[in-house]
Write a protein that binds this ligand. Structure first.
Ligand SMILES: Cc1ncc(COP(=O)(O)O)c(C=O)c1O
Length: 370
């Protein structure tokens, strides 16, 4: 276990680099904006905690009105449950018998739901729950355009029927459209969600004609949630990244009726070397994920180019090159895998210039990929 890069009460300048820093004030504004949006639009909010992996943050979201959180992995669910999160939806399929035994055990400790998209997965889940003597809500996942997990909408009724036949609680439809989230144009994202809504309606019809009520359709991410909220079909929003807003999401054209979110997650880096026309910071791609592109330099007009595992190269565009020892704040390209690189958040209040370390939060589910 690494020592945190700062301690409570330290000025921002004293935080070691590279460090994963939350601007607490910005995060709280994002958190409140989404909570208010869901409330005002009559939607349940179940933010995706795969993004932050932190029980403290999940509990702040629940305190602000979220019904619980989503996770993708059994071990993420276990880590957040151990941190005191009481209502968890594994919005993903689990197929291994040994993992399903853990899922069934967890269902005895927290309010748990899980997605299924196969008869085999459902049979194994039912057997594990029966052996453990526990119960979980079961969502049937449908493929609404991503071409990832999920059954065809017309098959949803048959699978929902099997859920009920196993004596399990049919919780509704999981209908997340991942590929829509980063379509840059707002109208492109809206069109993708319209398609998803039509498929969700078809799945609802298939369930109703199997004689089963469909209590909820859940889905949506930071790029599209305002379209799902307007659909009249979705009842629950799963957005996660709105809380931190990475560079990739900031590059989307904003949707007209969606609230705006601020960058709240940064990598603090320091200039460790200078050439004649460039500067080098101590944060390479072991300090921030680059699957969605490189980070943006915050507050200075400098271009970040990839310097490898431990280095980032800055080239001046308008602003002059920073000096040796200068702090440079980076907005990660993609928050989820960036978070997974760190053990702690250094939580700063009072801004990145003159703020103070307010808290150190464990990234409880860091590395929880099973
Ligand atoms: C099933 C599911 N729901 C919701 C989300 C939340 O998306 P975002 O963090 O982009 O808001 C994701 C992200 O990948 C997801 O896989």
């Amino acid at each position: 276990m690494n020592q945190p890069a700062g301690k409570v009460g330290d000025p921002v300048a004293a935080i070691d680099t590279p460090a994963l820093v939350i601007d607490f004030d910005a995060m709280q504004r994002n958190l409140a904006r989404m909570a208010n949006y869901a409330r005002e639009h009559g939607m349940r909010l179940r933010p995706h905690a795969k993004m932050h992996k932190c029980a403290t943050i999940a509990k702040l979201q629940i305190d602000a009105g979220a019904v619980g959180v989503c996770v993708q992995k059994t071990s993420e669910a276990e880590a957040l449950a151990a941190g005191g999160v009481a209502d968890i939806f594994i919005s993903n399929e689990v197929i291994a018998t040994a993992k399903l035994e853990r899922v069934a055990a967890l269902a005895g400790r927290v309010e748990l739901a899980i997605a299924v998209d196969s008869a085999i997965g459902l049979d194994r889940l039912a057997a594990a729950l029966k052996a453990a003597g526990t119960m979980a809500g079961v969502f049937v996942e449908i493929d609404v355009g991503q071409g990832r997990c999920g059954v065809a909408p017309t098959s949803a009724g048959a699978l929902a029927h099997q859920v009920v036949s196993h004596g399990l609680r049919f919780a509704g439809l999981q209908a997340y459209h991942g590929r829509a989230q980063h379509l840059r144009g707002a109208s492109e994202r809206e069109a993708a969600v319209h398609h998803a809504v039509a498929l969700a309606r078809a799945a609802q019809a298939s369930i109703t004609s199997a004689g089963i009520a469909c209590p909820l359709v859940t889905g949506a991410g930071t790029g599209t949630f305002s379209f799902e909220a307007a659909s009249g079909v979705y009842g629950e929003l799963q957005a996660g990244s709105y809380l931190f807003m990475d560079r990739d999401y900031a590059d989307n054209e904003a949707a007209a009726n969606a609230p705006r979110f601020e960058h709240a997650l940064f990598v603090k880096s320091e200039v460790m070397s200078r050439g004649t026309s460039h500067a080098v910071v101590d944060a390479g791609h072991k300090a921030h994920a680059i699957d969605s592109g490189l980070p943006r330099v915050w507050g200075r007009d400098l271009e970040f180019t990839n310097g490898g595992d431990e280095h980032g190269i800055l080239r001046p565009r308008v602003d002059a090159s920073p000096a040796l020892g200068d702090t440079v704040w980076l907005v990660p390209g993609h928050c989820d895998p960036t978070v997974n690189l760190y053990e702690h958040y250094i939580v700063v209040r009072g801004g990145l210039e003159r703020g103070v370390v307010h808290a150190i939060w464990n990234i409880d589910a860091r590395g929880c990929v099973t």
